[in-house]
Design a binder for this molecule. Sequence first.
Ligand code: NAI
Length: 250
Amino acid sequence: MIELSTGTAIVTGGAGGIGAATALKLAEAGAHVVIADRANVGGETLAESLRKDGWAASYHLLDVTQESSWDELIEGIKALPPLRVLVNNAGIATWGNDVETETISGWDKMIAINQTGVWLGMRAVAAPMRAAGGGSIINLASVLATVGGYGEEIAYHASKGAVRSMTKSAAIHWATEGIRVNSVHPGYIATPMSLEGLDDWHESRILGNTPMGRMGTPEEVASVIAFLASAGSAYMTGSEIYVDGGYTAV
Ligand code: NAI
């Protein structure tokens, strides 16, 4: 059983968007939240404002693509309560770049952050979570892990499909050790990632293809992540949960 109130939760990419909403939800559940993000994206400011509101929070610099950065993070949080939760949320996206127009450099960058970063994160927390007697890892995939969307973003699809299947492999690996691994698949959520560069063509199709007829909010994804982090989901591992306003139901 995971007692959030006596543990630490890492949220990668926790400075903004879905990550920031998740940091608040996990802090409200009693965890010491570690906002792990790149430099100069507001992680320290967010941690400070959470602390001012009475929650336990800190910021740590992390580049999810670098093994040494993960090692420094795990070393740096040793004095905190036992590590019980990792939310592998950091990610990037682009509009466009289809199967013909993607470049090697664009592909490599996307795979490094969205895919390799998730694997490195799961590997880095294995020892501290085992020592804590178990934990919950939540990997942010996407509806685009399983459907073709608009025939674009080939590298994004590749990376999120990999997150979906890596989640299941890791879940089976740790199934008897109390470390649970699940993936969350948001549809289109109103964050900097999806709003920057959103043109009328995409917006009208996205809203038209979403039965609820609107984008989701970061909080609507964060509450599902918080459920997967909690003891309420104790019998769930290797599962994929869609938070998409019905996008994949059509
Ligand atoms: P966002 O762009 O608002 O936030 C992403 C965060 O990741 C930022 O704080 C950024 O600094 C951090 N980040 C990027 N590269 C990093 C690196 N190398 N190391 C550490 N941190 C890094 O994005 P949003 O929308 O909050 O997305 C969060 C997750 O949800 C992503 O994995 C994304 O792919 C996924 N998602 C988002 C959807 C959406 O519509 N917004 C839809 C489906 C999935």
